[in-house]
Design a protein around this ligand. Structure first.
Ligand code: RM4
Ligand code: MN
Ligand code: MN
Length: 415
């Protein structure tokens, strides 16, 4: 037996004795999907500076190739979210064909209604109907792109808001948003979904039109069953209990997807699972519990979540950062799969507060590395994707081919 096999056997024996169905856990891990964002492969940074990364993808084709590399290393990142117009192409059938040839699919389509000059005072909430029209038309164009690219998710984040009290009527802005979203919703292809992402601040700082999960859920509910809420883990105020929001939305059948990333202070877009890995574990824990719920709406919701990463790398090597992000999601999910749910139910019934906590901690503290190595071997992958990354000639090859961008700036003049 190799060292890898020996450590897996030891772990599997101990898990079996704890009553864990190791084969079921491995199947779940093999079926896990994490979508990576095209914008995570290109140069990005902060408003102070964008540091060019040697080898960073320069167009959507290179972004898809990079995403395919991450999928080859992990086996669980088979789709790529696109941002329009950043990733816009003339011929979507050609791009779709290229993605298939690379071994990935086109995932969520993200409209961008925050970068044109006309959006200075908002997009779908703008007081001027002509600007609102333009924003809705862009979203309808994105719906057309969904049809030609095979995407089933329209992922919407709006930068709308105001900076000063009295700047605009908050309620009128809400009405304008409702009207715009209803038009986009009506155009959705059947079977597809509109995911509504909220954020409590930035770029507007006095009020944001879609500030929190409750507002997103209200809009989604008014629109209909094809609309759901997207939780970006970095879009909450300090100290917010994100897993509570996740559980609540799951229970209402309204959780549609995630943008995973880590935050320390603001919308930091750091590598997922680096700041608070326990939170990521607890999020997965709520999802697994909901998957097993007797209520069909709740379990169907939990099984149909679009898991996506939304990160903006600043100092990190792009490919290694994305790889680490996917692996951190895998680790958190693996640990959450180990929670002894029957024992947990019993502890809860007994009001054994710390017994219940310790059951979660037991799962969280389990070293799942041998289990993940085994899963990867069974999937025909290298047991250690980080080692495979360092052994691969792909990063050096793209650095050679693409070089380093020149003159990439930052938002501040002279930055
Ligand atoms: C936002 C939000 C969106 C992303 C933009 C670029 O903060 O997270 O998902 O599309 O940034
Ligand atoms: Mn996001
Ligand atoms: Mn964000």
């Amino acid at each position: 037996m190799t060292e890898q096999q020996t450590s897996y056997k030891q772990l599997a024996d101990s898990l079996n004795s704890r009553g864990v169905d190791v084969e079921a856990v491995k199947s779940a891990l093999k079926a896990q999907h994490i979508e990576t964002p095209s914008w995570g492969y290109g140069d990005s940074g902060t408003r102070f500076k964008v540091f060019p990364w040697p080898g960073a993808a320069r167009d959507v084709y290179e972004k898809l190739a990079d995403a395919a590399f991450i999928h080859r290393l992990t086996g669980i990142a088979p789709s790529v979210a696109l941002h329009i117009p950043w990733d816009k192409v003339e011929d979507w059938a050609v791009l779709k064909g290229y993605a298939t040839q690379q071994g990935v699919q086109i995932g969520a389509i993200n409209p961008n209604v925050f970068q044109d000059d006309v959006y200075k005072f908002g997009s779908v909430c703008h007081p001027d109907a002509a600007v609102r029209r333009r924003a809705v038309d862009h979203m309808l164009e994105c719906v057309e792109i969904m049809k030609t690219s095979g995407s089933e998710v329209l992922s919407l984040w709006l930068a709308d808001g105001t900076n000063y009290a009295g700047q605009d009527s908050i309620r009128k802005r809400k009405h304008r948003m409702e009207e715009a979203l209803a038009e986009v919703y009506a155009a959705l292809p059947s079977g597809s979904r509109l995911l509504i992402e909220y954020k409590f601040f930035e770029p507007a700082f006095y009020h944001t039109d879609l500030a929190d999960w409750g507002m997103a859920a209200t809009f989604a509910r008014k629109l209909g069953p094809q609309a759901q809420v997207l939780v970006d883990t970095g879009h909450h105020a300090q100290g917010t209990n994100v897993e509570h929001i996740v559980a609540f939305l799951l229970d209402e059948g309204l959780l549609g997807g995630f943008h995973f990333n880590s935050r320390k202070y603001a919308d930091d877009d750091l590598i997922v699972g680096t700041v608070n890995p326990f939170e990521l574990f607890l999020i997965y824990n709520e999802i697994i519990e909901a998957e097993q719920d007797a209520d069909a709406t709740v379990s169907a919701c939990a099984k149909n979540i679009a898991y996506m990463i939304d990160q903006s790398h600043n100092i990190e090597p792009k490919l290694e950062a994305m790889l680490q992000s996917v692996l951190n999601c895998q680790t958190a999910y693996a640990k959450a799969l180990l929670v002894d749910r029957e024992a947990l139910a019993a502890q809860r019934a007994d009001q054994d507060v710390l017994g219940a906590y310790r059951l979660l901690a037991d799962a969280y503290e389990t070293d799942v590395r041998p289990l993940l190595a085994q899963v990867r071997v069974e999937m025909g992958l290298h047991p250690d994707p980080i080692a495979a990354y360092h052994a691969s000639d792909y990063p050096a090859k793209v650095t050679e081919e693409r070089g380093s961008a020149e003159g990439s700036g930052g938002g501040y003049p002279g930055a």
